[in-house]
Write a protein that binds this ligand. Structure first.
Ligand code: NAD
Length: 254
């Protein structure tokens, strides 16, 4: 049985993936701001270090998988916390755990979003994220909106993953990303309740080709496969699990 570590395992997709992995007999170390084996605020440098140290301490023999699932919605404020948790905490924790993953030829599975392609790669905020300069990325968010902050953090995450696939594979680590569509979690509830973004999200949910919104298990089922040895040759992939909404929006873009 495998050893996995996950951030953001208290609610939503992360909690469901943790439940499924435990049910399958794996060991799961989880870090979250609210609860967990490790309680840490991934929005801060100190919190990220607490999470990294806590995982390293509990998995000295290596990790089969790491899933930086913690994320904040477009309605989170200030906007800098979206960049901090969704992008910088994710890439910093993956990088800090790379050697543990390499010990078991493990997988780091990033959690992007079907909103990632809604911001262009050359957006200055996306580029600032990719430069690794958190202060510069946060400065880019002045006069931006929550949707841009969120989608841009996910765009940068996917690009970071794609840029690092070769080096990580050479080190013995598979990198992949899942891109969920609208999923029934506390994050989505917050957006749905927002006076500005709620109506737009409800309209978008009504347009999903396969119909409706995902349950956390719809996403976690695919993630569990992407973490397993059954997906051994899947490397550098972005799996959209979104009921066809990305294909609807970008039908000619591949
Ligand atoms: P959620 O709010 O249920 O879960 C997010 C988790 O992250 C919670 O356990 C929360 O406590 C934790 N978290 C938040 N801030 C933190 C911090 N500063 N430090 C540590 N932990 C923190 O939401 P979810 O929908 O399950 O989101 C999980 C991931 O899926 C996120 O990365 C999100 O961006 C992504 N996602 C969600 C949807 C959706 O529609 N729900 C769609 C695409 C992508």
């Amino acid at each position: 049985m495998g050893m996995y570590a996950i951030t953001g395992g208290a609610t939503g997709i992360g909690a469901e993936l943790k439940r499924q992995l435990l049910e399958a007999g794996h060991q799961v170390i989880w870090a979250d701001i609210r609860d967990g084996d490790i309680v840490a605020d991934l929005g801060t440098a100190e919190g990220r270090q607490v999470a990294i140290d806590g995982i390293r301490e509990r998995a000295p023999q290596g990790l089969d998988g790491f899933i930086p699932c913690a994320g904040l919605p477009p309605v989170a404020r200030p906007l800098s916390v979206i960049a901090g948790v969704n992008y910088f905490a994710a890439v910093e924790t993956v990088a800090a755990l790379r050697d543990l993953l390499a010990m078991k030829r493990g997988t780091a599975l990033l959690v992007a979003s079907n909103s990632a392609p809604m911001i262009t790669s050359d957006d200055p905020y996306v580029q600032a994220c990719l430069s690794g300069d958190e202060a510069a990325a946060c400065a880019q968010l002045e006069n931006r909106d929550g949707h841009s902050a969120y989608a841009g953090s996910k765009r940068a995450l996917v690009l970071w993953m794609r840029r690092n696939v070769v080096a990580y594979a050479a080190a013995g680590v598979r990198l992949n990303a899942v891109a969920p569509g609208i999923t029934q979690t506390p994050l989505t509830e917050q957006v749905m309740a927002d006076p500005e973004l709620g109506e737009a999200m409800k309209q978008f949910a009504g347009m999903v080709p396969w119909g409706g919104t995902a349950k956390p298990a719809d996403i976690a089922n695919v993630m569990r496969f992407m973490l397993s040895k059954e997906s051994n040759f899947v490397c550098g992939s972005v799996f959209f699990v979104d009921g066809g909404s990305d294909a609807m929006l970008r039908s000619d873009d591949f």
